[in-house]
Write a protein that binds this ligand. Sequence first.
Ligand SMILES: Nc1ncnc2c1ncn2[C@@H]1O[C@H](COP(=O)(O)OP(=O)(O)O[C@H]2O[C@H](CO)[C@@H](O)[C@H](O)[C@H]2O)[C@@H](O)[C@H]1O
Length: 485
Amino acid sequence: MTLKVLSVASEAVPLVKTGGLADVAGALPTALAEHGVEMTTLVPGYPSVIARLGKAKAVHKWASLLGEPARLLSGRVGGQPLLVLDAPAYFDRPGGPYGDAKGQDWDDNWRRFGAFARAAADIAGGAVKGCSFDLVHAHDWQAAMTPAYLHFAPAKGGRRMPSVITIHNMAFQGFADAAIFPRLGLPQAAWSVDGVESYGGVGFLKAGMHLADAITTVSPTYAQEIRSPAFGMGLEGIVLARSDRVHGILNGIDPAEWSPMTDPHLAATYGPGQLARRKANKRALEKEFGLAKGEGPLFIVVSRLTWQKGMDVLLDVLPHLVGIGGRLALLGSGDAELERGFRAAAALYPGRVGVRIGYDEALSHRLQGGGDAILVPSRFEPCGLTQLYGLAYGCVPVVSRTGGLADTVIDANPAALAAGVATGIQMNAVDQPALAAAVSRAVDLYARPGEWRRLQKNGMKADFSWRASGAAYAALYRKLTGDVR
Ligand SMILES: Nc1ncnc2c1ncn2[C@@H]1O[C@H](COP(=O)(O)OP(=O)(O)O[C@H]2O[C@H](CO)[C@@H](O)[C@H](O)[C@H]2O)[C@@H](O)[C@H]1O
C-alpha cells in the first residue's frame, strides 16, 4: 500500500535554500517514491516560492491562522506534490526566510512558524478536502510545533496521526518567551514540561522532540553525540529519556543535482576514470578567484561562516596553509567578523587566498569540480553535505571527526592507505594545531599523485545515494503507521 506522508519544511530545493535542510527536504520525495511512499511537501509561501509556483489552485482557506488570514496553494515541483502556505502577513517579506536582508532575525518568527505548524497539523488532521495523509514528517524547529498541535488538538474521528521530527541541527531550537504561549492557540494543558514548556519559555524543537512518535537525526554518530550536554545543548535529557525512539539516518545526495558526470555548472564534466579533465575546472577557478598557479593543492571552502563550522580556526591556520604551498578559494557568508577576517586574509595573501562572500549555488558546484581538497573543520556537524559532494567530485575532504563527518570519511591513516580504502583526512580536535597538522597531511599526500588519485577515486566510487537511507525512513514510517511489510 502506498503510504502518504506530509513533509513539513521551512525550505526545500529548488524552491528556497539557505542550507543543508533544503537539499534534504528537496531530495526526500524522490528518494522515497521507490519505497512506496508518496511524499507531499509543505513549505511557506515566501515571495520566491509563490513566484515559482505560478498560477496555482487555492485548496483551502483559513480566516485566521494565529490571527492572520491564509490560503493553501497546491502545485507540483520536480514531479512531486507540493503545498504552499500563502500567508502574506507572515511570509511576503523581502530578505531571507528567517530574517531581513541584513541577516537580522524577525522578532515574530515564533508566530510565523507557529502558524506554519498549525497549518500543517490542520492539513494532516483532514481539514483540507481531498488531502489525506498517514503520517507527518516535520523538519527542524520551524516545523516542530506540528506534533504539539496534533497532540493537543487531535484530528476529527479520534484517529491520532503519527509524526516524526528530524533534527538537522540541534543548535537551532526555536526558543521563545513564555509570554507568547497564550497566542499559540494551544490548550492550557500544553503549558507543561510534558508539552511545549522548556526552561521557563516555549521550546519549539523541544515540543516536537517530546511529542513526536519518533525523533530522527541525520547521522548515527550525531544521534549518539546529542545524548551529551555539549551536543544536546540543553535537550540531551529528552534524547536520553526517549532514546528508544531516536534514530540516526544518514543523509544522501541527489544525483540529479550533484554528479560530476552531468553537472551543467562545470567547464568540464568527468567520471572517476577521467580525473585529468578536472584540470580545466581548476584553471577556471584559479582565474575566477585571482589565484596564482602553484604546485600545492587548491583547498576550497563552501560554508556558512560560523563558529559551528570552525571557520575561526581556519583563519588562524591560513598563514600555515599558505606557508606550506597551499592555496584557498572560499565561498561563504555568515558572521560579520568572520566575513571581515576572510576578506582581510585575501588582501594579505593575494594570489594565494581568494574569497567570495555571498551565496552562489553555481559557484559551489564549480568549487567542488575544480578544488583539490575541501576543508570542513566543524566543531559539530549533524551530517554535513559538502564533504559528501567533495567525495562525489574527487575533491578530497579534510574534516573533523564528529557527527556525519566521522561517519562518511575514511581517514588516510597507514592502515587505510595500505588497504586502499581511504577517502580523506580526519582530525580529532578542532583547534589550530590539529587543523594545521591535517592541512600538512593533505599537502604531503597531494605531493604523492598516485596516492592522491586513489583517495579521489575511492571517494567518487563510494555510495552516498539515498538508497539505504530512503529505505530506512520508509521502514520507520511503516512501523509507526502499523503498516509493516
Ligand atoms: N555560500 C554558499 N553558497 C552556495 N551554497 C552554499 C553556501 N554555503 C553553504 N552552501 C550549501 O548549503 C548546504 C550546506 O549544507 P551542510 O549540510 O553542509 O550544512 P548546514 O549547516 O546548512 O545544514 C544542517 O542540515 C544538514 C542537512 O541535514 C546537515 O547535513 C548539516 O550537518 C546541518 O548542520 C550545502 O548544499 C552547501 O553547498
